[in-house]
Design a protein. Structure first.
Length: 88
C-alpha cells in the first residue's frame, strides 16, 4: 500500500521506534537505481564497470557519513544474532 509521500511504502504496524526511511538516501542516489535510469543502456561489462565507478566516486559525502554512522548499530546486530541473519 502506497502512502501519500513519494518514495515511502506503508509497512503496517511497526514494533520499533524508527521512522520509515526513504528507499534511497537523498531520494535518488542508490547505485542500482542510478544504473537503471542511465541512457544509453549498458552494452557490456566494461561499460557497467565504468558507470559503477563513476556513480560511486560522485556519491555525496552525506551518504558516506550515514554508512559510517550506522556501523556500530550494524555490528551490534550481527553480534546479537551471533553471526546469523540481521535486518541489515
Amino acid at each position: 500500500m502506497r502512502s501519500g509521500v513519494t518514495g515511502y511504502v506503508s509497512k503496517g504496524a511497526r514494533t520499533d521506534s524508527e521512522p520509515l526511511s526513504p528507499p534511497y538516501p537523498e531520494g535518488k542516489t542508490h547505485l542500482g537505481w542510478q544504473l537503471r535510469v542511465q541512457r544509453p543502456p549498458i552494452r557490456n561489462i566494461s561499460d557497467l564497470r565504468d558507470r559503477c565507478l563513476n556513480i560511486w566516486y560522485n556519491l555525496s559525502p552525506v551518504i558516506y557519513q550515514g554508512l559510517v554512522a550506522s556501523m556500530p548499530r550494524r555490528v551490534e546486530a550481527v553480534l546479537l544474532a551471533k553471526g546469523g541473519p540481521t535486518r541489515y
